[in-house]
Design a protein around this ligand. Structure first.
Ligand code: ZN
Length: 117
């Protein structure tokens, strides 16, 4: 399943950053997930629970921020109405996806010795 490789890469990245910061554990992970990223948020959450049972991510909370897809004409920049055709009404060109295909580690909350941030 695609979500498992996404989560595996995500946890690697989180552990690397947490170790770099000298963290005892990871409290919270915020991920921006594009509507066109091809990842199902529910499957991602399930995969995260499966993978985060040990290491610095054990017990960490995963927050998914869904990013809606944003399309625009590559020529005139015209953006379509939501739910409209993916073709520019003026230029007849296929629209480009400008936003909404990302899977991005947006924010981490780490527990470090003495204080939390
Ligand atoms: Zn156009």
């Amino acid at each position: 399943m695609h979500e498992y490789s996404v989560v595996s890469a995500l946890i690697d990245e989180v552990e690397k950053r947490a170790k770099g910061a000298g963290a005892l554990r990871v409290a919270l992970i915020t991920v921006k997930l594009g509507a066109q990223s091809g990842v199902d948020p529910r499957l991602l959450a399930t995969a995260f629970e499966t993978f985060s049972d040990r290491g610095l991510c054990a017990g960490a909370e995963l927050v998914l921020e869904e990013v809606p897809a944003r399309w625009a004409c590559p020529r005139c920049g015209e953006a379509p109405a939501p739910g409209g055709p993916l073709r520019c009404a003026r230029c007849e060109r296929p629209l480009e996806l400008k936003e909404g295909d990302e899977i991005l580690l947006a924010h981490l909350e780490l527990e470090v010795p003495d204080h939390v941030y």
